[in-house]
Every structure is written in structure tokens, then in C-alpha cells.
Design a binder for this molecule. Structure first.
Ligand SMILES: Cc1cc2nc3c(=O)[nH]c(=O)nc-3n(C[C@H](O)[C@H](O)[C@H](O)COP(=O)(O)OP(=O)(O)OC[C@H]3O[C@@H](n4cnc5c(N)ncnc54)[C@H](O)[C@@H]3O)c2cc1C
Ligand SMILES: Cc1cc2nc3c(=O)[nH]c(=O)nc-3n(C[C@H](O)[C@H](O)[C@H](O)COP(=O)(O)O)c2cc1C
Ligand code: SF4
Length: 668
């Protein structure tokens, strides 16, 4: 049954001769799951099969390098520049088609963004020379010769031919984000004065030649071109430029335009935006490109809910809607929306944990969905231990995920939370400005909890006796961390508060209007976010950090950090005092000592401490002494992220269930 609210989103679409079952597209996302030779792996096939089965119409397979020698951008990137990699693509295409989606291949050359350690000569190729940052006369990128350009055009064509042989039904040229094709189009990077540069026509010549060659290779199959509608970079392309360029791309032969934004060098926050970006903010860009180009347009970016997608189609902003990260969080997004189970969609919060692990070379993953990238793992089953007692201590994201997974595996799960509400650090994480999307995840977990068989015990801090009787199969310690104790005189004063508790909802700290500034002590992510939270209430803030200001929020996710630091710098209500520590608090007088040894007294009506948190190992120690089976996860194991806690929970349940599975005989 289709939910009538989303009937346009789930109406079929024709792109040239191609029939697509609905308007939902999976955006290309590098999985880091390819082999070291760029071949498709079984994990990748399982990853894409799950998304195809989840209901998308068109599935764009991640960027696939057309010339490994000079263009590879990631160690585990797909490539299709040799017939040796064809077989894997044939299997991938078959898997996607079997699930009813149309397989489309994104063709890419890294250009200036190729990985220098992996390419021949170690200097990436670009339209123009880019001097190295060390000033040794070396180059960060070197200008390609005309022959090299023609050779790469041929690489695009050959890869497309191999793609046709693999069975792909549509193709996309990656002309966005600063990779080779876009670097030729952009005046920011193309400084050539020959036929491949100069004016707009010259800058378009390489993309147009590649389009023509790929069209020749793919025949009547549709060709999509991905653009950055606005590079959000001084001197780069903006939407007005793209309104002129889009019809030229169409004239060159493209059948549809995929409207992305941003440039990997200058504005990564517009490529994979952090959670501060409003829902659907890019749709006006798609609309303008559509009006200018007169061909089908795919909108992408920060579209999280079916109603946003439906409205965009109805308004005519775009013909198709691509989802990237939402399909990492929930591969079943399409099916759930289609049948009206909107509230069952595991919501992507744009936390960018997926990017962090991708950049660390750990493949694809999602903070909320540990199965992403692990689709070949066996489903959990408690086996002969079904119904056995499993106790989880702490209902933050780690504990909630653990209890839900234990319940799903068949254990009799019991979840203890010392506070009156569930959520733990997820509540504190969602409290600062621009982070409320994290509440989507908390609400989702609460809904899952309500529907589960987990026995929830609030305001419960179980002691050894309650934990051991009846003997549990496992005790999961997901109790998070406690504030680090500081050797500062006056910490027990009435004006001193734990910043974490304030973000958890403690209201008792609020000063009278007109009071002296609020001093936040700590330049880590929690301190900086607390400063922003307090400033938003209209209170003046002194943000005191022991480190240099350049290191503010240093452990925050990179893209988010850039945006956060820019906001702090622009915030008139926050004064940053760096390289400074507190030595004494006496009423409203706080003594500061700077790294040069000098001291000053400042007035502060409140001191909010954000000096880090550390796990309390006491309960683990007692469980070990009592000989009870236990596992420690999340922040109770080591300081980390929501995704780390959820992944720990997954690994713990997986190990528990694996212990139940009969050992297969080894042939070695
Ligand atoms: C200000 C701030 C912002 C953050 N922002 C982000 C972010 O944007 N993205 C991100 O990924 N991470 C962020 N983090 C980190 C993130 O909140 C944690 O990594 C995450 O919450 C850890 O989850 P957890 O389940 O291990 O522990 P917690 O979330 O800390 O949960 C532990 C729970 O156990 C309960 N508990 C403690 N002792 C007991 C006991 N004896 N019995 C019963 N219950 C007990 C606690 O009350 C708590 O509810 C942020 C942290 C802070 C402080
Ligand atoms: C892990 C990850 C990998 C990505 N890889 C690619 C890629 O291979 N090619 C590409 O054009 N865009 C890539 N993107 C960008 C996405 O296609 C998409 O444009 C972006 O994530 C914004 O959409 P979303 O908000 O729906 O995630 C990637 C994004 C992520 C999060
Ligand atoms: S890790 Fe965060 S941003 Fe990435 S898909 Fe999951 S919820 Fe979305």
C-alpha cells in the first residue's frame, strides 16, 4: 500500500528510454569498501543490495575512477579502467537490478584531489599549476598538457564502455566538488589561456569533450552530469554562472543534471553539510538549474523527510530526489516512506560520523546504524540462551542501542538508568544551538524502546545484589563518564556548575539578568558549545581555555568544527581568553593565570566547568571481583562519540551471539 501523502515521490519517472519506479535516487557515496585494486567486493554488493531493496528507484554507485594511475582519490576507491574489474561490476549491477532499482555508475577522476601517495609521480593533475604550500618550488598540482587531457577524455569513454558491458543502465559524470571535471570548469582553478581554459567556453571544453565521448560510449542510455551549482568560494562558480552553464552542458549532450553544491577545498560544509544546515536548503538551487537547463534535475543534500521530498517534487524544484546519508542511516527509507511508516525511519542527523570514519580509512558506516558497511554480518540470535537475562546499566545511546539489540536477539533485556529520563549524553549533545537534529535520533530510540520487550527501569542505580540475582548472561556497563576532578581552590562555591548538567537541563544555574559575565572553563567541544548555549540566552560569556584559540573544539568533527569556530569568532557575546587557566574562585571573583605566568582577577557570576569527563571504573571492578560476566561500552570504556557507543553495543551483542553459534569445522 502506498501512502497517498507521498504519491508524487513514488510515481514512476522516465529518463529518456529508461523507466524508473519512483523519484528516489541513491546519491553516490564512496564506501571505501573496494579492493586495493579498485574491484567491487562482496561487502559492497551487500551494501548496495540493501539500499536497492530499500526502495530507491535509481541507484548511483559511488565515484569510480576512470584512470587509477593519476586519478585515484582514495585507497579503497572503485575503478573501472581495466577489464579485470568488470566482473565485480557485473555482479553489482545484477544485485541492484534484482531488487528493482536502476543501476547508474558515477565516473570520476580525482584531478587535483587525487591521493598523491597513490598516483604516479606523486603530483596530482589539474588545469593549472598550483604551487606547493612549503615554498620549495614543488607543486601541489601540475597543469595537464593537451595530450594528457585527450588521454583522460578517452579514459572516461573507455570506463563508460566497460560500464555498458557491466550492464549499467545510466551514467553520471562527477563534475562537482573540485574533482577534475569541475576544476576545469571553475575560474578558481582553471587559469589556462589555451583552448582548454580562458573564458567560459574554454573552461567548458574539457567537460563537453568528455560528455561527447561518454555519450558515444553509452548510446541511448541517459547521461547525468553532477554539478556544484555554487562553489561557495571567492572567485569560484556561483548559481548565476551555473544558470548559464547548465544549458551548455545540455547542448553538449547531458540528459539530466544532478545539483550538488560546494567545493572540497573551500567549502566542504556545502558538500556534506553539518546538522546546522536547514532541511532542504539546497532546493532553490535545483529549481534555478532546472528552470535554466530545461532537462530533468536531481536535487540532493539535507533532505531528510519524505514530506520535504514530496513537496519539492510537487513544487517542481526537481524531478528526482537523491538521498545520501539518510540511506546510510536507514537503507529502508524508501519502503518506510512509501508505506507511511515515516516515524520508523532511522533519521540521519548529519552528525558526519560517517565522514570521520571514511576519512580515517575505516570504510563506510553510520553512528546510528552499525550494520552499514557490515551487511554481510549474520543476524543476531541468542540461540540456546533465548530468554536469558541481560542487564544494561545506563540509558545513553550506547545503553539504549545495546538493550534494543539484546532484545532483538532474544535476550530478556533490562535497562537501568539512574536519571528520570533516557538519553544520557545524547540530551547534552542536542542542547547547544543548531544541534537539535540529534533529538530526532533520541526520539527514534524512544519509539523503538516503547515498542520493544526491554524492561526499562528509570531512577535505578543497581548495586551488585540486584545485578547478580538471577545470574545474568551479560551485564553491559554503559554508564558513561563523570567530570574530571580539578585542583582549583573554590570549586565548591555556589557559583560553580558542571557544564554537562546544564546541557542536560539543570536550570538552577541561571543568573539574574544584568549579572556579571558567565565564565565557561574549557575550550573542548563541550566548553565551546556551552559558551554558545549560554550566549544564545543573551548572557555575556568569557570562554577560558588553557590551549591556544586555534585549538578550540579540537576533537569535534572536522566539517562541523569549521562552522562552529566561525560562529564563535563572529559571536559578539563570547570573549575567548586563551592560553589561560583558573587558579582560584572566590564568590564572583575568578583568578586567571595566563601561560606567561601573569595573573588577573575577573568577575563572573557563574563558572561552568567543561574540563572533560572520564569513566568511573568502580562498578566494573566490583563485577570482576564478583566473577560476573560483563562488558564495558561507550564513554564508560573511553571518551568517544555517539557512534562509538552504538558500535561498541553492536560488537558486544555480536560477540555474545557468536559464542552461541556452533563452531564450523576449519579446513586448515
Ligand atoms: C556537550 C557535549 C556535546 C556532544 N556532542 C556530540 C556530538 O555532537 N556528536 C557525538 O557523536 N557525540 C557528542 N558528544 C559525546 C556523546 O554525548 C557521548 O559520546 C555519548 O553520549 C556516549 O554514550 P554512552 O551511552 O556511552 O554514555 P552516556 O550517553 O553518557 O550515557 C550514560 C548513561 O548512564 C547513566 N548512568 C550513569 N551511571 C549509572 C548507574 N550507576 N546506573 C544507571 N545509570 C547510570 C547516565 O545517567 C547516562 O544516562 C557530546 C558530549 C557532550 C558532553
Ligand atoms: C560518506 C560519503 C561519501 C560520498 N561520496 C561521494 C561520491 O563518491 N561522489 C559524489 O558525487 N558525492 C559523494 N558524496 C556526497 C553525497 O553524494 C551527497 O551529495 C551529500 O552527502 C549530501 O547529501 P545528503 O545530505 O543526502 O547526504 C559523499 C557523501 C558522503 C557522506
Ligand atoms: S553517521 Fe550521522 S551523518 Fe552519517 S549517515 Fe549516520 S546519522 Fe547521518
Amino acid at each position: 500500500m502506498m501512502d497517498a501523502r507521498y504519491r508524487n515521490l513514488f510515481s514512476p519517472f522516465r529518463l529518456g528510454d529508461l523507466s524508473i519506479r519512483n523519484r528516489l535516487v541513491m546519491a553516490p557515496m564512496s564506501t571505501g569498501l573496494a579492493s586495493l585494486t579498485g574491484a567491487v567486493t562482496p561487502q559492497q554488493i551487500a551494501f548496495y543490495r540493501a539500499r536497492a531493496a530499500g526502495g530507491v528507484g535509481l541507484l548511483i554507485v559511488e565515484f569510480t575512477c576512470v584512470q587509477r594511475k593519476f586519478g585515484i582519490s582514495e585507497r579503497h576507491q572503485l575503478s573501472l579502467d581495466t577489464v579485470e574489474n568488470l566482473d565485480g561490476h557485473c555482479r553489482l549491477v545484477a544485485a541492484i537490478r534484482r531488487e528493482g532499482a536502476v543501476p547508474c555508475l558515477q565516473l570520476q577522476h580525482g584531478g587535483m584531489a587525487a591521493k598523491r601517495q597513490l598516483i604516479e609521480g606523486g603530483v596530482p593533475l589539474g588545469p593549472s599549476d598550483v604551487p606547493g604550500s612549503r615554498g620549495e618550488g614543488g607543486l601541489a598540482a601540475r597543469a595537464m598538457s593537451g595530450t594528457e587531457i585527450e588521454c583522460i577524455v578517452e579514459c572516461f569513454g573507455r570506463a563508460a564502455e566497460l560500464g555498458v558491458a557491466a550492464g549499467y543502465e545510466a551514467f553520471e559524470l562527477h563534475g562537482a566538488h573540485g574533482y577534475l571535471l569541475s576544476s576545469f570548469l571553475s575560474p578558481l582553478t582553471n587559469r589556462r589561456d589555451d583552448a582548454w581554459g580562458g573564458d567560459e567556453e574554454g573552461r567548458l571544453r574539457f567537460p563537453a569533450t568528455a560528455i561527447a565521448r561518454v555519450k558515444q560510449a553509452i548510446g541511448k542510455r541517459p547521461l547525468i552530469y553532477r554539478v556544484s551549482a555554487d562553489e561557495f568560494a571567492p572567485g569560484g562558480l556561483c548559481i548565476e554562472d551555473m544558470e548559464r552553464i547548465a544549458p551548455r552542458l545540455v547542448a553538449a549532450g547531458v540528459d539530466a543534471i544532478h545539483v550538488s553544491t560546494g567545493n572540497g577545498w573551500h567549502s566542504m560544509e556545502k558538500v556534506v553539510e553539518p546538522m546546522s544546515a536547514p532541511e532542504g536548503w539546497r532546493l532553490p538551487y535545483a529549481r534555478r538549474v532546472k528552470a535554466a537547463a530545461g532537462v530533468a534535475v536531481i536535487a540532493v543534500g539535507q533532505i531528510r523527510w519524505p514530506e520535504t521530498a514530496e513537496d519539492a517534487i510537487v513544487r517542481g524544484d526537481a524531478d528526482l530526489i537523491a538521498l545520501g546519508r539518510p540511506l546510510l542511516a536507514d537503507p529502508e527509507w524508501g519502503n518506510k516512506a512509501r508505506r507511511g511508516d515515516r516515524d520508523d525511519i532511522r533519521p540521519c542527523t548529519s552528525c558526519n560520523y560517517c565522514n570521520t570514519i571514511g576519512l580515517a580509512g575505516l570504510g563506510i558506516g553510520c553512528a546510528e546504524n552499525p550494520l552499514t558497511g557490515r551487511e554481510l554480518d549474520l543476524p543476531f540470535d541468542a540461540g540456546s540462551r533465548r530468554g536469558a537475562r541481560a542487564v544494561v546499566v545506563g540509558a545513553g545511546p550506547g545503553g539504549l542501542a545495546a538493550a534494543l539489540m539484546l532484545d532483538a536477539a532474544g535476550y530478556r533485556a533490562e535497562l537501568h538508568e539512574s536519571r528520570a529520563m533516557v538519553g544520557g549524553g545524547l540530551i547534552a549533545s542536542a542542547a547547544p544551538p543548531f544541534k537539535d537534529k540529534l533529538n530526532w535520533y533520541l526520539d527514534f530510540l524512544k519509539r523503538r524502546l516503547a515498542r520493544s520487550g526491554v524492561r526499562m527501569l528509570l531512577q535505578s542505580r543497581p548495586g551488585l545484589a540486584a545485578l547478580r540475582d538471577p545470574r545474568p548472561e551479560i551485564i553491559v556497563l554503559a554508564a558513561g563518564a563523570s567530570p574530571v576532578q580539578l585542583p582549583i581552590e573554590g570549586l565548591d562555591g555556589d557559583s560553580v556548575f558542571d557544564a554537562y548538567e546544564i546541557l542536560m537541563g539543570d536550570e538552577s544555574w541561571r543568573p539574574q539578568p544584568g549579572s556579571a559575565p558567565v565564565l565557561v572553563y574549557g575550550g573542548g567541544e563541550a566548553g565551546v558549545e556551552t559558551a554558545e548555549y549560554v550566549a544564545e540566552l543573551g548572557l555575556p560569556v568569557l570562554l577560558v581555555t588553557r590551549s591556544p584559540a586555534a585549538k578550540l573544539a579540537r576533537s569535534a568533527e572536522l566539517i562541523y568544527r569549521k562552522v562552529l569556530r566561525a560562529r564563535i569568532a563572529a559571536n559578539q557575546g563570547i570573549q575567548v581568553v586563551d592560553n589561560t587557566c583558573i587558579t582560584r574562585i572566590a564568590g564572583e571573583v575568578v583568578t586567571l593565570r595566563s601561560s606567561d605566568g601573569s595573573t588577573t582577577d575577573v568577575r563572573a557570576c557563574r563558572v561552568l566547568l567543561a574540563q572533560g569527563r572520564e569513566p568511573d571504573r568502580g562498578l566494573a571492578q566490583r563485577l570482576a571481583e564478583a566473577g560476573l560476566p560483563f562488558a564495558v561500552i561507550g564513554d564508560n570504556r573511553r571518551g568517544g562519540r555517539i557512534g562509538d557507543a552504538v558500535l561498541d553495543a553492536y560488537e558486544m551483542v555480536k560477540a555474545l551471539c557468536a559464542a552461541e553459534r556452533p563452531q564450523r569445522e576449519l579446513n586448515c
